[in-house]
Write a protein that binds this ligand. Structure first.
Ligand code: BGC
Length: 821
């Protein structure tokens, strides 16, 4: 930013503050209290008297879902945050953010509920795929890029989940017990970096407690640390249903309680002020933060928005493809197995259920519905000459029913109590998720008695097809005109308010069907009386699972195809029941018979390339027996096209691991995420990720920072001062490439307990064959500091440090010595 820009920005900020104060001054207590509570699932009320529009929020982080949780309102789906972090490129994350701002504007969204910057404390964490890294510095750098990008587009963010929400078990109540140093140096560090580098307009306080206090009420961390120490001036929004106490939340610095209208703010807050339990000044402070946010996103009349001309015209699918390529991590490539030789006459045998039905994103609130999905099979079919590719399922890990999709043509028909049609709408899948007044035209909660999901199903395979339901309430299921099941699904006892969204699927009936012969299907849902409910919603799904074939036969087919081909490509994957919000993983094994499939294919063809489609680490026990292993994370909607780009060498896989991949689950530093009597003790202190592996002397399958491209690099020279590191590298290969130069610090001796080494900074450089390039990398002061508990401040630790220029945490190419005063 130039000085002139800065001056202009300051003047705008001042004008904004004046307008906010003026608007606040005209509001009565009831309106102020109302403005702090959701008016529905996603928005705050408008206050036309002061020219304030209704502020709309939406998840986040791989796309912008919009206020409708349905597939008929598609969104661009970018790769998972683990993939974005794997690119080690804040500028690329910023471009992703700008695209998301464009998406948000298209969908009438003002605040994106993202990014998720909790840490990869344990690979079991259910939302691991949704967080960036095990390293706080990398998380902060990528998160800053993302927030800057979204806000470049004039759209707000809520950096989440502040703080200590690093696993899902008992997530609403768990007390994360974290000592002061790891809290500051590890878990708060990404939030602090993002506040400093990207000035987020919002934050989301988490469900959990930290050291005994629930996060929406955590005055110390919110008011003293986030606001006073770091200078955060944005809006503090609760995680959904996390606000539980009117007086506790307002005292704790929570500005907005979501969703509404039934929540602890609104009328309850006004009453608490009248009763003398809450000072009105606390309400004013919260309203000020809401108005400032509204002004920034252009919702307060007469105040110029923070961004006058947001970027536009960004090609979403193209960026999704680029990001996927840049995030793919090639962890093994024996004998330069990749890129594939695609010359005439060469053949590829592709196997794996996820090669055909790709898993492009993780489950839970991060779900968006892309307009199209390019699977590996689609991508390779388009890229390879006719006849060069065969496909077999090989192993199918999904043994659970999923919303009816492949082969289904469905619509939802809403009827009144007499069977008259009120309205209907086409459905891309068997999932109905209508929240609030988002109903098909003509339908209303008052008049709607039933909703029928109906249409045809064209089976891909002959055999016994299973049909089922997800959601709570009464259903009738019919296939081929015959009623196969009628019944009621009662509420379970897990108590998760999102049970209807993520709840366990139930199989209801089976039907023997023939491939290629269409059949009628119908699932009728009896709409309950919702007149007394504060938030009305219809959430249920028609589920389906194709015939389960003999697993040995599937493997044998894939092996035969692999034997006959020049190269075998096996796509292995996790499923939605393995990686999702709402629960943690129990182990890191690939589900089903996928390990057997890889072993059998590798035995049949030495050129076996394994593509791992998982958002977080899985065990790869056969990794030394295959030619190449490419990690593609959840690659977003264009994943299959990106895969073809990389496998065939049109692009280099750009990723480096943002998190250590253990050889065995037992080697992971933190293997327990189940609280004991409500408490989850972060006993490992500072030692998560590579810091722990190094401390314990455990060799992982693939170290932090590891990733191969399609060229080679020589590290020529390293110069280090206390604030800059210069590293010269030469591309010694035969094609252009990008290298991520990683700088680690290792203290020679230590008076305080610290990891043996840590990532201090990094930079990406590009060079053509034979070219040299110098990376100039700023060393942040924080890299030399520790949190001094007694003094309550940061302390610079002097002494001699080894500065390492590395290709990964385990692959140091050059070292220098640095004396720090
Ligand atoms: C998740 C948040 C999300 C919110 C709204 C919560 O369950 O924890 O990350 O933003 O729902 O969907």
């Amino acid at each position: 930013m130039t000085d002139a820009d800065q001056a202009r920005e300051q003047a705008r900020a001042q004008a904004r503050e004046h307008a906010v104060e003026a608007a606040l001054g005209t509001l009565d207590l009831d309106t102020k209290a109302r403005l702090l509570a959701g008016q529905d699932m996603w928005s705050l009320p408008a206050v036309p008297e002061i020219g304030l529009g209704s502020l709309v929020m939406s998840d986040g982080p791989v796309g912008v879902r919009g206020v409708r949780w349905t597939a008929d309102d598609p969104s661009v789906a970018l790769p998972s945050p683990t993939a974005v972090a794997a690119a080690w490129d804040p500028a690329l994350a910023r471009r992703a953010g700008r695209l998301l701002a464009q998406e948000a504007r298209r969908k009438g969204v003002h605040v994106l509920l993202a990014p998720t910057v909790n840490l990869h404390r344990s690979p079991l964490g259910g939302r691991h795929f949704e967080c960036y890294s095990e390293d706080p510095y990398l998380t902060g750098a990528v998160g800053s890029g993302y927030v800057n990008g979204v806000q470049d587009g004039g759209v707000g963010t809520t950096v989440k989940h502040f703080v200590g929400n690093d696993a899902e078990t008992e997530r609403f109540t768990v007390d994360s017990v974290i000592a002061p140093r790891p809290l500051r140096e590890v878990y708060l560090a990404p939030f602090e970096a993002i506040v400093a580098n990207a000035h987020p307009w919002g934050i989301m306080t988490a469900y959990n407690r930290v050291n005994g206090t629930t996060m929406t009420e955590h005055r110390h961390l919110v008011e003293e640390v986030l606001r006073a120490d770091w200078g955060f001036d944005g809006c503090n929004v609760s995680d959904w249903t996390a606000a539980r106490s009117t007086t506790g939340d307002i005292a704790g610095g929570l500005d907005v309680a979501m969703p509404g209208p039934a929540t602890v703010y609104g009328p309850a807050l006004a009453e608490a002020v009248r009763a003398g339990d809450v000072p009105e000044s606390a309400v004013d402070a919260a309203v000020r933060n809401v108005l400032r946010l509204a002004a920034r996103v252009g919702l307060l009349e007469g105040v110029p928005a923070a961004v006058a001309e947001p970027p536009s015209g960004i090609d979403g699918p193209a960026l999704a493809r680029e990001l996927a390529v840049r995030g793919f991590v090639l962890v093994r490539n024996e004998g330069a197995a990749l890129p594939l030789d695609a010359s005439a006459g060469r053949t590829v045998a592709l196997a794996g259920a996820a090669a055909r039905d790709a898993r492009v994103l993780g489950g839970g609130s991060a779900t968006v519905f892309p307009e199209r999905i390019v699977s590996p099979l689609d991508g390779l079919t388009a890229a390879l000459p006719d006849g060069a590719l065969t496909y077999s399922v090989g192993a199918d890990p999904s043994d659970e029913l999923v919303p009816a999709d492949q082969g289904f043509e469905l619509r939802a028909v809403c009827r009144d109590a007499f069977g008259a049609v009120l309205g209907e709408v086409g459905l891309p899948t068997g999932q109905v998720q209508w929240i609030g007044d988002d109903l098909p035209a003509g339908a209303s909660y008052a008049t709607m008695a039933s909703i029928e999901v109906t249409g045809t199903f064209l089976p891909r395979e002959s055999g016994e097809h299973a049909f089922g339901t997800r959601g709570l309430g009464g259903f009738t299921l019919a296939v081929g005109g015959r009623t196969l099941w009628e019944g009621v699904q009662e509420k379970g006892d897990e108590g998760d308010p999102f049970e209807a969204f993520f709840g366990t699927p139930g199989e209801r009936a089976r039907a023997t069907l023939a491939a290629g012969e269409p059949v009628e299907v119908s699932l009728t849902y009896r709409v309950p009386d919702m007149s007394a409910l504060p938030l009305k919603a219809v959430v249920f799904s028609l589920l389906h699972l194709g015939p389960q074939r003999d697993p040995d036969e599937l493997i044998a087919e894939a092996v035969a195809a692999a034997r006959a081909a020049d190269t075998a490509v096996v796509v292995v994957a996790t499923t939605e029941r393995v990686e999702s919000e709402g629960f943690d993983r129990r182990d890191l094994a690939l589900p089903g018979r996928q390990d057997d499939l890889v072993r059998a294919v590798a035995a049949a063809n030495p050129n076996t390339v394994v593509v791992v489609n998982a958002g977080s680490p899985v065990e790869l026990p056969w990794r030394e027996d295959v030619a190449a292993v490419l990690l593609t994370w959840f690659p977003g909607q264009e994943g299959g096209a990106a895969l073809a780009d990389v496998l065939l060498g049109d692009a280099e896989p750009g990723g480096r691991l943002p998190t250590t991949w253990p050889a065995r689950f037992a080697d992971a530093p933190v293997t327990e995420v189940v609280p004991v009597e409500g408490r989850l003790e972060y006993r490992e202190g500072l030692f998560i990720g590579y810091r722990a592996y190094e401390k314990e002397g455990v060799t992982p399958a693939f170290p932090f920072g590891h990733g191969l491209g399609y060229t080679d690099w020589a590290y020529e020279s390293l110069e280090a001062t206390a604030d800059t590191v210069r590293v010269r590298v030469t591309n010694t290969g035969t094609r252009r490439g990008r290298e991520v130069v990683q700088v680690y610090l290792a203290p020679r001796q230590d008076a305080v307990e610290r990891p043996a080494s840590w990532l201090a900074a990094f930079a990406g450089v590009e060079a053509g064959p034979g070219e040299s390039v110098e990376a100039e990398i700023a060393l942040p002061a924080r890299a030399f500091e520790v949190w001094d508990e007694d003094a309550g401040g940061w302390e610079r630790i002097g002494g001699t440090y080894e500065v390492r220029a590395s290709r990964s945490h385990a692959d140091t190419r050059l070292t220098a010595t640095l004396d720090i005063a």
